[in-house]
Write a protein that binds this ligand. Structure first.
Ligand code: COA
Length: 150
């Protein structure tokens, strides 16, 4: 598996981005402002992450997704660790990420990759997403904010 930056003019795989974020409008907004990195198995794209500069020396990992058939095999962890390394190499001092209160696996993954919970953006998903999101039998309402110094 090779992880590389998406080349200028190359289309990001929207179907993968939508796995992590059900809002096409929000996805379009951050891919226009951020940098996309893809994981390829041969010529096939199996994963993606997006880094978005937010404040001075701070970048947010706004999307990380792995094609369903390749999930659970360590690809997601490799992408998150690569995102942290890329952010550090590009001079950022802090990397942040946010996920739903119902995203149990994602909360585990991010903490295993060194992120710590810094706050809760209450009612973020109920305010900004038209459709109700339910995961692991839990209504997704709040965004759990995580961060790490790099
Ligand atoms: N409890 C404890 N650990 C858990 C867990 C749980 N419920 N669910 C996952 N994990 C751990 C795994 O054990 C693994 O850690 P390990 O390597 O120490 O064993 C780690 O989290 C992730 O495993 P990995 O195989 O690398 O994940 P993946 O390739 O399936 O990718 C996602 C993870 C989230 C990117 C992938 O499932 C995905 O694309 N989901 C849909 C999109 C999405 O939700 N993106 C995130 C939006 S915030």
């Amino acid at each position: 598996m090779l992880i590389r930056k998406l080349r200028v003019g190359e289309m990001p795989p929207i179907h993968l981005l939508l796995l992590a974020d059900p809002s096409p409008k929000i996805v379009r907004d951050y891919i226009s402002r951020g940098e996309c990195f893809i994981a390829e198995d041969g010529n096939h794209i199996i994963g993606i992450y997006v880094l978005l500069p937010t404040r001075p020396e701070t970048v947010e990992l706004v999307n990380v997704a792995v094609e369903e058939v390749h999930q659970g095999k360590g690809v997601g962890k490799r992408l998150v660790l690569d995102a942290i390394k890329t952010a550090k190499n590009n001079g950022y001092k802090t990397i942040e990420i946010g996920t739903g209160n119902s995203s149990i696996g994602q909360l585990a993954l991010y903490q295993k990759c060194g992120f710590r919970i810094t706050g809760v953006d209450f009612d973020f998903f109920t305010k900004h997403y038209a459709e109700e999101i339910i995961e692991n039998g839990i209504l997704c309402r709040d965004m759990i904010r995580l961060s790490q110094t790099i």
